[in-house]
Design a protein around this ligand. Structure first.
Ligand code: SF4
Ligand code: SF4
Length: 355
């Protein structure tokens, strides 16, 4: 795994002859799922994971393969810990872990959240994973997900598309991999099953789970918009057997952030500023109950040629003006199309409820 990373960043495109496959690396990580005896499988309508690789982009065009030496070293400082911790996390799927507990007291949840925040998580939520949020041909080792976010700093993000922005995104991935691994160890020490979701890639739709966990709402750019950091967050999960987590359903709460999409319907800033018109004017309902907001095939080429782009993230008013300011000025938009990811109707094996 680390050799792949080294080849990608240090050896670069080798005059155009070498093109590593990030999807191949991620599939190697996912292969550890084969060791899980009772894997929870996707629903028939689940979608495949969006690929990273783009055959139409030559190695010589890929920004990550052609970094100047100083930036290669800066990228490695993020990439090595990221892939080392992802590999350690993947190995937790290899050996059978027999939990001796499946419920957690409010005090233990509070202790867990305090540790998560100490380690760098910003928001933490919980959801019973609907099978439609599991990607095709993947699976999860336990039915519940702890979903958390880490913040990406505003200054580098606002330089998108740039190497500094890409480095900040890599920093977010690096921190998530560390936080999810340490929290998984902590949960296992307390007797619970805990499997870190992969910081990069993953086997479930993280924004989708984060919205169901009440952490925010998916904006028209397809990213989660949260109170506090807006879209400047990355999302990760930990799969666990704790059956009494304080999910929205268990606590009778609603997701209070869904007004965000009513704002999106009149904002459209990311749609106007996307250089390749990859963001749909109106999100398209998907067979898995989610919404398709991006034409990924259109985005991918620009993404690879331009340091992971990120213009839609940078220009979003929630990323720089902030959630509270946007909310305070917003007078509502009754004409906005309504999209709501259906809540799980949950017995761990359901498809999805009517919208
Ligand atoms: S830029 Fe505007 S339309 Fe796009 S996600 Fe942000 S708020 Fe929504
Ligand atoms: S990352 Fe760039 S190319 Fe892709 S959707 Fe966002 S603005 Fe468009």
């Amino acid at each position: 795994m680390l050799r792949n990373l080294f080849n990608t960043i240090i050896r670069g495109s080798r005059g155009g002859a070498f093109k590593p496959s990030l999807d191949g690396i991620l599939n190697q990580m996912d292969a550890h799922l084969d060791k899980i005896p009772n894997l929870i499988t996707p629903a028939p309508q689940s979608r495949p994971r969006t690929p990273f690789d783009d055959d139409a982009v030559s190695p010589g065009e890929m920004a990550m393969l052609n970094l100047p030496p100083r930036n290669k070293l800066r990228a490695l400082r993020k990439g090595v810990p990221l892939f080392r911790n992802m590999t350690r996390g993947a190995k937790l799927y290899d050996d059978a872990f027999w939990p001796n507990n499946d419920t957690a007291s409010p005090d233990l949840i509070a202790e867990f959240e305090a540790l998560a925040r100490h380690l760098g998580a910003v928001d933490i939520g919980y959801v019973e994973v609907p099978r439609y949020a599991i990607f095709q041909k993947k699976g999860i080792p336990a039915p519940y997900a702890i979903v958390f976010t880490v913040e990406m700093q505003q200054e580098p993000i606002e330089t998108a598309p740039s190497f500094d922005c890409q480095l900040e995104v890599m920093d977010g991935y690096m921190r998530m991999a560390d936080v999810s691994l340490q929290l998984s160890f902590w949960l296992r020490d307390h007797g619970y099953a805990a499997y870190p979701g992969m910081a990069l890639g993953g086997v479930t739709d993280y924004p989708h789970l984060a919205e169901l966990a009440g952490l925010g709402a998916i904006g028209y750019h397809g990213l989660l918009i949260t109170p506090g950091e807006g879209a400047r967050v990355r999302i990760n999960t930990i799969y666990t057997n704790i059956s009494n987590l304080p999910t929205l359903a268990a606590t009778g709460r609603e997701n209070e952030h869904l007004w965000v999409r009513d704002f999106c319907a009149m904002c459209h800033k990311c749609i106007r500023q996307c250089p390749v018109d990859a963001i749909f004017g109106t999100p398209q309902p998907r067979g898995d109950g989610g919404m398709q907001t991006i034409d990924h095939a259109a985005c991918r080429g620009y993404f690879h040629r331009n340091n992971g782009c990120g213009i839609c993230l940078a220009v979003c008013p929630f990323s720089h003006a902030g959630y509270d300011k946007v909310h305070g000025r917003f007078k509502g938009n009754p004409d906005a199309p309504q999209f709501r990811i259906p809540l799980p109707v949950v017995d761990g094996a359901t498809d999805f409820a009517a919208v």
